[in-house]
Design a protein around this ligand. Structure first.
Ligand SMILES: [Mg+2]
Length: 187
């Protein structure tokens, strides 16, 4: 079994953001990042909404203009993920079973980038961040867009709060960084 210490390290995001729209493009470029893997629900879109906002479209136009390659990786079903991917003109992997590494490997192959050159952006510690860290990606945790979620996710949020508190206690993440990203109430 994996030592607890290693597990906690795998839960640490490298960056906390209030939203995907705050992605620090030049900072990512400086780190050599050129591939971006995005979670869908509560990161780019409200949970179970298929409405792609103008802001989301603009974000991907800008990222493309800046030379980034993007891909969606979601645990949600194929029809939903593909309808969004089509609107945004992005490759997508559905039913990803994050934090499993399989879908991340698939995404890297699609993007044609190495793990070191790729960041994952998502709203969940135990799927997006854990999966991304297991793969050696740069991990970015964003504040969930809304509190409306799948019931299983709501339970995970509770466990997530406990984990975040542990990460702070162990000095693995900094509370001010979380607060700055609008997660003060979570910890
Ligand atoms: Mg999500």
């Amino acid at each position: 079994m994996m030592p607890l210490k290693t597990f906690y390290h795998l839960l640490c995001p490298q960056l906390f953001l209030r939203s995907v729209f705050d992605l620090p493009v030049s900072q990512l470029k400086d780190r050599g990042i050129r591939g971006l893997i995005f979670d869908l629900d509560n990161t780019l879109l409200y949970w179970n909404s298929c409405e792609v906002t103008g802001d989301a479209r603009k974000l991907f136009r800008q990222l493309e203009h800046e030379g980034f390659l993007s891909c969606l990786v979601s645990n949600n079903k194929k029809t939903r993920v593909e309808s969004v991917a089509q609107v945004l003109n992005l490759p997508a992997i559905s039913k990803a079973r994050k934090p499993s590494r399989r879908a991340f490997r698939q995404a890297l192959a699609t993007l044609g980038t190495s793990a070191k050159e790729t960041a994952v952006v998502g709203d969940q510690l135990f799927t997006d961040v854990l999966g991304g860290n297991r793969m050696g990606l740069y991990t970015v945790l964003v504040k969930p867009l809304s509190k409306t979620e799948f019931i299983g996710t709501r339970l995970m949020r509770y466990i997530e709060r406990i984990a975040l508190r542990q990460l702070i206690k162990r000095g693995l993440i900094e509370k001010p960084a979380l607060e700055k990203a609008g997660r003060a109430k979570l910890c």
